[in-house]
Design a protein around this ligand. Structure first.
Ligand code: ATP
Ligand code: MN
Length: 459
């Protein structure tokens, strides 16, 4: 028995010889008057279905095959032949079809018709069987591989930073508490808790990654992060995946160069690795998304400072919900104006005012701005946030005090500056926002298998 996936069959240079077995879930069934059943199955390996042609002479034709409906699982054996009319190169002439699992059409929610994304979120355990969610999963997979490939080929070490943490990466977001203390049983002190101190789910692996970069040179993390921010937007999740490279002996310019090369590498890998899925997104989800990615891969990112960005926004004559003024953070509408309308491609904004950025970002010589950078892309806004880190102990300590932070809790972080300090820099890329951008999917809840958002954690 030669068992193959549908991708293996459809991409084979020539029809495989002999008998082949393929398993899959039924998408559609068409019974022809001539005594055939055309059964389209999909197994997730490919966007395209495999057409199984079943003759009426098969022993279970009328008892089973003629009763197949969407969602049933089957194992089909037969010969692969060139397909005269299914739109695919190959189809299967079945010699035996075993039904592995029936799917009662009265109950099966994924009927072959249009479903809204909202509805499919309520069926998240079955939505992987749809065209869109299969394509998203394959793009997400290709992107993850490309992320590792990019860093591995450049000598970065993959490090695993903790998910449970006692440090808060300077309020990068509201944190989820991790505790074994009884719920609702009165306020027991944190000393009684599992770790003997308050602990949380990490909002970023950055500080731990810095410690490894200041010993191993170039490292990256790639894992889940958690933010309990109550923002019900199409770009925020409470649990999302972040990629965080960190480089010793590197300044902000080197950091921005890495970010640009990284984004281009990811998009080009998705274009070459998932052409069929990308063609689907281009046709059905976001017209022009393929051309947009190709354009991004081929053209240099613009670089402007925050101060220039504010000038552009002030002169734009555009009406914004939030006013623009030097010293306040750029809102998503401002970011989108810059990248979509003003520049028309990705832009890296650098050197933000010190008071709106974290204490660990390196203070510039003007003493007003820090060596921070955000990478902004059309439609999404920020997909990367990064900075050169403050490597001078005295400045770092002063910045902590300014922010009302207790230096004692950051003693190990300060040690990096106390012993053999070096300039270093890094950034964080949000995986889901990057998938959103690459696929054109409008809502971040639809690019992760099981989205975690306020009031929603069903599966
Ligand atoms: P934003 O201002 O857009 O909420 P941020 O400035 O809080 O983001 P960073 O702390 O810089 O984000 O995190 C780095 C990257 O992680 C962001 O550029 C973004 O791509 C991603 N990211 C941040 N918060 C979320 C979230 N809640 N859901 C999904 N991705 C996120
Ligand atoms: Mn940011």
């Amino acid at each position: 028995m030669n068992q193959m996936t549908i991708a293996e069959v459809l991409n084979a240079p020539a029809a495989p010889a002999g008998k082949t077995t393929v398993g899959g879930w039924v998408r559609t069934v068409r019974l022809s008057k001539g005594g055939f059943a055309f059964i389209a199955i999909n197994d997730g390996s490919s966007f395209d279905n495999l057409q199984i042609v079943a003759k009426a002479e098969l022993p279970n034709y009328s008892s089973e095959l003629a009763r197949l409906t969407a969602g049933c699982s089957i194992l089909a054996e037969g010969s692969i032949v060139e397909s005269p009319g299914s739109g695919q190169r190959f189809e299967m002439q079945a010699e035996e079809i075993r039904i592995l699992g029936w799917a009662d059409p009265a109950g099966y929610p994924i009927q072959p018709k249009h479903h809204t994304y909202e509805f499919l979120r309520t069926q998240a355990h079955l939505r992987a069987r749809t065209n869109t969610f299969g394509a998203v999963a394959r793009v997400r997979n290709a992107m993850s591989l490309a992320i590792h490939g990019f860093f591995q080929s450049r000598g970065f070490l993959y490090v695993h930073t903790p998910i449970i943490t006692a440090s808060d990466c300077e309020g990068a977001g509201q944190m989820f508490r991790v505790t074994t203390l009884p719920v609702g049983g009165g306020a027991l002190p944190a000393e009684e808790d599992f770790f003997g101190r308050p602990t949380f789910l990490t909002v970023s692996g950055q500080m731990e990654a810095e410690t490894y970069a200041c010993g191993l040179g170039k490292v990256y993390t790639f894992g889940p992060t958690f933010r309990a921010e109550n923002s019900n937007t199409a770009r925020h999740l409470a649990e999302f995946w972040m990629v965080e490279p960190e480089m010793a002996f590197c300044d902000l310019a080197g950091d921005a160069d890495l970010a640009e090369a990284f984004v281009k590498h990811i998009f080009s890998a998705v274009l070459t690795g998932c052409p069929r899925d990308m063609a689907f997104f281009d046709e059905r989800v976001e017209k022009g998304v393929v051309a947009t990615l190709e354009h991004i891969v081929a053209s240099p990112f613009e670089r402007i400072t925050y101060t220039q960005a504010v000038e552009i926004l002030e002169k734009s004559g555009q009406k914004f919900d939030y006013p623009v003024s030097w010293g306040s953070d750029l809102q998503s509408e401002h970011e989108r104006y810059l990248t979509e309308k003003h520049i028309g491609r990705p832009v890296i904004v650098t050197d933000y005012p010190r008071q709106i950025k974290a204490f660990y970002m390196r203070l510039n010589d003007d003493a007003k701005t820090v060596a921070a950078m955000d990478v902004l892309v059309p439609r999404i806004g920020e997909i990367i946030g990064g900075s050169q880190r403050e490597e001078r102990l005295d400045v770092l300590t002063a910045r902590m005090a300014e922010g009302g932070l207790k230096p004692e809790s950051y003693w190990w972080y300060a040690d990096l500056r106390r012993y053999g300090t070096v300039p270093h820099a890094g950034f964080g890329l949000g995986l889901e926002r990057t998938i959103q951008f690459a696929t054109g999917m409008a809502n971040i809840r639809d690019v992760i298998p099981y989205p975690r958002t306020p009031r929603s954690a069903e599966f």
